[in-house]
Write a protein that binds this ligand. Structure first.
Ligand code: NAD
Length: 250
């Protein structure tokens, strides 16, 4: 990457992990397009970045809409002159039911955001990254991109799909200067976990699945994402990088 201002888009950046990634990229000098369906959250994050001396703009985009992904990339190019990095982070938890009870509608809803959205994002981002001579993509998977979790069939399948798609893109585009990796967070304290099923007992059970003895913090994942975008060696591509307090060691 050159010394001119680098430009990143982060989807689902109005909250949680995406917010942390957007803020840490801004700290590293990226102009950041904060994309989300939640305008209130997205505008708040932009204000916090700009108040801290960074450069950011909000763009309302539904990650599950191919045209919105194209419009998001076009906005980044129009606003900041190009695109150097993308973090495909927008995601939802979806219904919690065993596979046999999962409705096709609930399945499609999770797939649309968590897997289709990453494909639409990458598809829109690649030409603009290639136009700059290369760039980096980080796709947010999960520990559930490697192992199963009872009651989350669509989420598990989608996140495994994100890992596979990441390998695919690395295979096809690494020689053209695209460095693409998937991040696999363990359970992280974000609004994604604010749901009725998450009683104190369930949270304690989840904590017990992480050998470190606690859940993760969004800033910890944001730091990994920012490092992968800005600092990682080019040879690190096509990887699945867990950040999980030891969850996958068990
Ligand atoms: P979060 O709910 O705090 O933030 C998700 C953001 O994505 C929200 O601002 C939301 O408005 C936005 N969003 C939802 N649907 C969208 C859509 N269709 N288009 C654009 N934006 C949309 O959640 P989070 O925990 O920060 O999750 C971020 C990513 O990290 C997700 O892909 C999630 O699957 C993944 N992840 C989270 C955890 C965890 O424990 N929190 C663990 C592993 C992976």
């Amino acid at each position: 990457m050159s010394n001119e201002q680098r430009v990143a888009v982060v989807t689902g950046a109005g909250s949680g992990i995406g917010e942390a990634a957007a803020k840490q990229l801004a700290t590293r000098g990226f102009a950041v397009v904060v994309a989300d369906i939640d305008e209130t959250g997205g505008v708040r994050v932009v204000e916090e970045i700009t108040n801290a001396g960074g450069t950011a703009a909000f763009f309302a985009a539904d990650a599950s809409d191919p045209d919105a992904n194209e419009a998001l990339v076009a906005f980044a190019v129009e606003t900041y002159g190009g695109l150097d990095a993308a973090v495909n982070n927008a995601g939802i938890g979806g219904d919690m039911l065993p596979t046999g009870d999962y409705t096709p509608e609930a399945w499609r809803k999770v797939m649309a955001v968590n897997l289709d959205g990453v494909f639409y994002g990458v598809r829109a981002q690649l030409p603009r990254l290639l136009a700059r001579g290369g760039g980096t993509i980080v796709n947010i998977a999960s520990i559930l991109g490697q192992v199963s979790f009872a009651g989350a069939p669509a989420y598990v399948a989608a996140k495994h799909g994100v890992v596979g798609l990441t390998k695919q893109v690395a295979n096809e585009y690494s020689a053209q200067g695209i460095r693409v990796n998937a991040v696999g967070p363990g359970f992280i304290r974000t609004p994604l976990l604010d749901r009725p099923e998450m009683t104190d007992e369930v949270i304690d059970m989840l904590v017990g699945l992480h050998p470190i003895g606690r859940l993760g913090e969004p800033d910890e994942v944001g730091a990994l994402i920012a490092w992968l975008v800005a600092d990682a060696p080019d040879f690190l591509t096509g990887a699945y990088v867990p950040i999980d307090g030891g969850y996958l060691t068990r």
